[in-house]
Write a new protein. Sequence first.
Length: 237
Amino acid sequence: MALAYQRILLKLSGEALQGPESFGLHAPTLATVAEEIRKVHQLGVEIGLVVGGGNIFRGAQIANAQIDRVTKDQMGMMATVINGLALRDVLKAHGLRARLMSAIPMLEVAQPVDAMQARRLLSEGEIVIFAGGTGNPFVTTDTAATLRGVEIAADAVLKATKVDGIYDDDPAKNPQARRFDRLSHDEVIARNLKVMDLAAFAMCREQGMPLVVFDMFKQDALAAIVRGEAEGTLVNS
Ligand code: UDP
């Protein structure tokens, strides 16, 4: 079967792992995520993952004036490593081979990010989880997702969100909000749509990297996207 995307970079926010909890990890939710990933892997898709940390710490949201913003962001990056460790083991429990790479050296728990090695592992069917964000403060894991997507030569970045695509208004607040099936990178900028961090989106645009925004918890949505079926919103040049 022809696939729309042979290699993907899937961005999972930390929130996507917390399920109904207000903090941390939710075992059934992790299992659901792993199952959706397994189905796509079974189709022959190579999968790189960037995991966020918002279920534990988001630097900008830590309200403590005595902690420097750089430190807060480092705490946030650590949170992504915690999530990455959990995800790796859960993916393994679902029969997948998975490897954790961290942008912040932490040799006892994860290997350093190595794009070339990651490409090789992906082509051998292993799932590579990139944690630690970009390793730099003042950006988020959206930037890490685009960066790793480009580094591993992914065919697309797939951003899993709570809603099933990009809307012209917040669908949680406006029932009339309309979902786009397709947009160009330029239209996203022109319409000032909040898709991901601007720096991250600018990199997608510059690199001509397709971006799909979709709902990770809609069953089989991820598989539909890689098969090229209409699902979520596709941003392409
Ligand atoms: N972070 C950072 N640099 C990066 C990626 C993440 O400083 O390259 C920090 C930042 O504080 C961020 C936190 O890690 O708020 C968790 O990441 P993010 O907010 O992207 O997680 P998500 O919203 O995807 O769960």
